[in-house]
Design a protein around this ligand. Sequence first.
Ligand code: NAD
Length: 419
Amino acid sequence: MTLYSGLVFDMARQQFQVIADYLEMPEDERDRLLFPKRAIAVACPIHRDDGSTAVLHGYRVQHHLTLGPTKGGTRFAPDLRLGEVAALAIWMSWKCALTGLPYGGAKGGVAVDPSALSRRELENLSRRYMQEMIPFVGPHTDVMAPDMGTNEQIMAWFMDTYSMYQGKTVTEIVTGKPVASGGTEGRREATGRGVGFLVERACQKIGMKPQGATAIVQGFGNVGSVAAQSLAERGMRIVGASDHTASYYNPRGLDVAALTKHAAKHGVLRGFSNELACDPRDLLTSPCDVLVPAAVERVIDADIAARMQCRILAEAANGPTMPEADLVLNERRKEIFVIPDILCNAGGVVVSYFEWVQDLQQFFWDEAEVMSKLYHVLQRAFTQVMTRAERDKVAHRTAAMAIGVQKVREAKRTRGLFP
Ligand code: NAD
C-alpha cells in the first residue's frame, strides 16, 4: 500500500525498476531510493472575484534530502494528482544528480486551471499556496521554481509572500523569478536553449548537419517556444508546432518569430492560421529530423514510437515517453537518437541552481557567463551519458538514470541510515 498512485507514478516506478535491475541493486535498498521522504497536501481557500470562496488542493513532494535541499518546479494544472507530483519529484532527483547539482528532487503544484482565474485570483492562490508551504520549505530545505502553468510573476509572488513572513527579503527561496526581483539572467530561456544545445551535440554524434534539418515541436509554452527559437537559430526549419489549442504543419517551415509573437499576445497558438492547421494526432509521427515533445507526460506510446519518423527525439517535457514505447525505441536505437528528459530539459534546473547561488552570495553574473556555465554542465552530462551508454550498450535513458541513481545511492551509503 502506498500513498502514490496513477499512471505517471507507475511510470517513474517502472523506470526505476529497470535501473535497479541493471545496477543489480538488492531488493531491500530499492524502496529507500524510490519513495519520497515527504509529501504535503494543503487546502488553499481563496476569494473569487464574484465574492464566493473556492478551495483548491495543493501538493509538495520532497524526494530526498541526502545531497542538500530539494529543488523543483510548481505546476498549476487542472488534473494534478499527488502521484504525478511524486513522479516529477523523483525524476528531478535523478536529473540533479546527473548534472552534479547539490540537490534532491521536489515538485509541487495546485490542481487548478490557471487560465480560468483572473490575475487577482491567481495572485491570491499563489500567495496562499506559498503561505501554506512555509513550514516545509526554506532556502536550505526546499527551493521552488516554475513549471507548467506557472511563470516568473508567480515566482515573484511566492518570494514576496515568504519574505513578508520572515520580515526580510529572502530571494533564494524560489528560482525562476524576474531579474528585477533577484532572478538571474537567462533563466527563462535556459530549458529551451539547453534543448537546442543538446540537439546540436546529438547532430554531431550522428553526423547530421543542423543547417537545413527539420524539427517539430509539441507544446509552445516556456520550453517549447524557446526550444523552437533555439533550433531555428541553428539553421533548422521548424515544420510543425502545437499547443493544447492548435497544431500547425508547413513543410516549407513555420515562422517561429510570428508564432512566438502570437502566443505572447493571445496566450495560445489558436487563431494563428487556418491554412496550416493539422491534426494534432499526426504531429508526432510526421516526417522530421528532430522531434521535440515539450508539453505533458505520456504522449509517446508504443504505437507512436513505432511510427515516428525522426532521427533525434529530444525530450524537452518531463516523462513524454511511456515505458512500453522505450522498448520500441530500444529496438530502433540505430535509427532514432534519444536525448532523455532528465538530460534534455536539465538546462532549467541548472540555471535555477545558478540563480540560487547568486542569490545566496548577492553577487550576480551577466548572461554570457550564465550561458557558458550552463553549456559546460550540459556538455559534461552529455559526455557522461554517451560514454556510459556506449560502454554498457544500454539505452541513453538507462545510462542517464543510472548515473543519477548511483550518485544518490552512493551518498546514502556513505552517510549511513539514521539512527
Ligand atoms: P508551459 O505551461 O509554459 O507550456 C506548456 C505548453 O504545453 C503550452 O503551450 C500548452 O498549451 C501545451 N500543451 C499542454 N497540453 C498539450 C497537449 N496535449 N498537446 C500539445 N500541447 C500541449 O510549461 P513549460 O514550462 O513550457 O513546461 C513544458 C514541459 O517542460 C513540462 O513537461 C515541464 O515539466 C517541462 N520542464 C519545464 C521546465 C521549465 O523550466 N519551465 C524545466 C524542465 C522541464
